[in-house]
Ligand binder design. Structure first.
Ligand code: 0L1
Ligand code: MG
Length: 259
């Protein structure tokens, strides 16, 4: 069924609801319970939400992809990746502490990060996004859906900036292939193993998916931006103590949750 686009007041009100949940550290129910939100509306809500964050002085530092595994796409019944935005308030230094009180119900997942060396002209059909990347690193993302019990629809999670909450990046290495590297994540007494191949068969494919999404959603890609390519395993709870991710031959990255 086709839905009518939401007007700008409705978009702002939904973005405010999600922003209040993040700032106030409380959950909210699926937007889809109250209103029909299509995917275009969802990205408009995300844009409005990011506008609130930038209005409080946060700076955009990059982008992240979600739904990059076949299992997650199948679970959500979609065939597209989703894109969210990263700000400086979400960035935690490698080995740094992060206060768990800023999250509702955080989970952590192992990722691959890329760094853009120059602006990507997303309107140029011949642009080679791989040649715009100068570095790759092991990384972890802390996701914290603002929806109760992580229960959301496809459009809900896009509106909620794809559950982005925090991220930490390990040592940058010169850009190289990272197509099928073993990954291990340990956090809160749990551990999980996987492969970078779980990210769209090869994390480099995330760069191409990002370029396509950036064209469709008018998301600028600038020199210095970080790109979180997606999760190499399912997320696990992020609890007090050290979380560590090791990526075969690429390095490791740690972060400490403080209760
Ligand atoms: O970054 C991700 O892969 C997560 C995307 C959002 C889905 C979730 O919160 O589980
Ligand atoms: Mg992620």
């Amino acid at each position: 069924m086709e839905t009518k686009p939401l007007d700008s007041n409705e978009i702002q009100a939904l973005a405010r609801r999600l922003d209040d949940a993040q700032v106030g550290v409380h959950d909210t129910l699926s937007l889809a319970d109250d209103v029909a939100v299509d995917i275009d509306d969802a990205y408009r809500i995300q844009e409005s939400l990011i506008g609130f964050r930038c209005g409080r002085g946060e700076r955009l530092l990059g982008v992240k992809l979600g739904f990059t595994s076949k299992a997650k796409m199948a679970q959500m019944g979609v065939s597209d990746v989703i894109v969210g935005r990263l700000t400086d308030a979400m960035c935690v230094e490698d080995g740094g502490d992060v206060d768990l009180h800023r999250f509702i119900h955080p989970k952590i997942e192992p990722e691959i990060a890329y760094r853009l060396a120059r602006d990507v002209d997303v309107d140029d059909p011949t642009v080679d996004i791989e040649s715009c990347v100068d570095a790759v690193a092991p990384a972890m993302e802390i996701i914290d859906s603002r929806y109760r019990d992580f229960r959301f629809t496809y459009t809900d999670v896009v509106a909620d900036n794809t559950s982005a909450a925090a991220y930490v990046i390990g040592p940058w290495q010169p850009m190289r292939g990272v197509g099928e590297l073993a990954v291990r994540l340990e956090a809160g007494g749990e551990s999980v193993t996987g492969s970078t191949a779980a990210i769209l068969d090869d994390p480099v494919n995330a760069l191409h998916a990002l370029l396509d999404m950036s064209r469709r959603r008018q998301i600028p890609l600038r020199a210095g931006d970080v790109v979180l390519a997606g999760a190499a395993t399912a997320a696990i709870p992020f609890a007090a103590g050290t979380a560590r991710c090791d990526v075969e031959g690429l390095g490791s990255v740690t972060v400490k949750g403080i209760a």
